[in-house]
Design a protein. Structure first.
Length: 339
């Protein structure tokens, strides 16, 4: 291993090449805390990580999300190749594993929220920081809130994150859980006479619905997304861990579903989503790998912006093939200007 490759920022939270330095693979998480609610310290600094958004990281994410747009592989409106909008989402979600043993986590991500400030460029070294800011008990489960941010080499904000997680639970027994924060309910119902559109434009109006998109996350995609390349074991990339969590098979991470919604919104809003976008989702029930899921979005309001433009506000949701709602949420971004 060259000195340069040993010291440069890696493309993951941890550098999996270091596994060769351990006689016992469990030693790689030595010193990290057990992921138990009682071990939380609020506030708790989850550390700082520097990693490079290289060609491999973008390609790997494209495989996990089936997101192969030309902006990521050829050129973009921002000049040169950029990373997908939610490329760094799971990196931010996983910041707690700098402090807690990742392979001992059997949790459930209940809520994810991101603000999109600027795209990340190919070969840019980004800095991730995270903090546990709040914890509470609801329905006998211990929840923890994380605030985190990714910044670019020049210090600009790329994305900001707020997530809610049940730190340790039995995922197979959960259903219809949320963060407990009252919000307008997303029913997943389409209004009569709604206009279906492929993307938004200056004529977008309340009641418009996006053409639904159906996706199926395979086990291979879920495993790569959920850090199997870093030798992390969890309910998303390991059958035994899933069975311990009383699941029939591995399940798709909430952050991976979140990325599917974001990709649909990028296609709908265009470049503006990378600089004005906001997305919040609540994960209600687990989604199995290989399970077809369909992404929907409905325009609920169109509001003026300070720059003279307009923003669309949306309800978004994901349904399983049997019709059950598995994820619900809200989103907004600037509408494209008139051409």
């Amino acid at each position: 291993m060259s000195q340069d490759s040993a010291t440069r920022p890696w493309r993951d939270l941890t550098d999996p090449r270091r596994i060769v330095d351990y006689d016992d693979v469990d030693d790689r998480e030595a010193g990290r805390k057990e992921p138990e609610f009682e071990n939380l310290e609020i506030p708790e600094d989850l550390g700082t990580v520097r990693e490079v958004v290289d060609d491999h990281k973008i390609k790997r994410y494209a495989f996990t999300q089936d997101e192969y747009g030309p902006w990521y592989f050829e050129d973009s409106p921002f000049g040169g190749r950029i990373g997908q909008a939610t490329l760094l989402c799971n990196d931010l979600v996983q910041m707690f594993t700098n402090v807690y043993a990742a392979s001992k986590v059997v949790g459930f991500h209940t809520e994810e929220q991101m603000w999109f400030d600027s795209p990340v460029h190919l070969d840019e070294v980004v800095t991730l920081k995270g903090t546990y800011t709040e914890s509470y008990v609801r329905r006998g489960e211990g929840y923890v809130v994380m605030d985190a941010q990714a910044t670019g080499e020049d210090g600009r904000s790329l994305v900001r994150h707020r997530g809610v997680e049940i730190l340790k639970t039995v995922p197979g027994t959960l259903g219809g859980r949320g963060s407990g924060v009252p919000e307008k309910r997303v029913t997943g119902e389409i209004p009569d006479g709604a206009r279906t559109v492929a993307a938004f434009d200056a004529l977008t109006r309340v009641g418009d619905v996006l053409e639904p998109v159906t996706k199926e996350i395979t086990f291979e995609q879920a495993a790569v997304f959920s850090r199997i390349g870093e030798y992390v074991i969890n309910t998303h990339n390991n059958l035994q861990a899933a069975r311990i969590g009383k699941l029939r098979q591995p399940i798709v991470q909430g952050a991976q579903q979140f990325g599917l919604i974001a990709a649909r919104l990028v296609a709908a809003f265009g470049p503006g989503f990378f600089t004005t976008g906001w997305l919040k989702a609540k994960f209600l029930v687990p989604v199995d790998v290989f399970e077809p899921i369909t992404i929907h979005a409905l325009v609920t309001d169109v509001v003026p912006r300070g720059d003279g433009g307009r923003s669309a506000e949306l309800e978004v949701w994901i349904r399983r093939a049997d019709g059950r709602l598995v994820t619900v949420g809200w989103a907004s971004a600037a509408l494209p200007a008139p051409s």
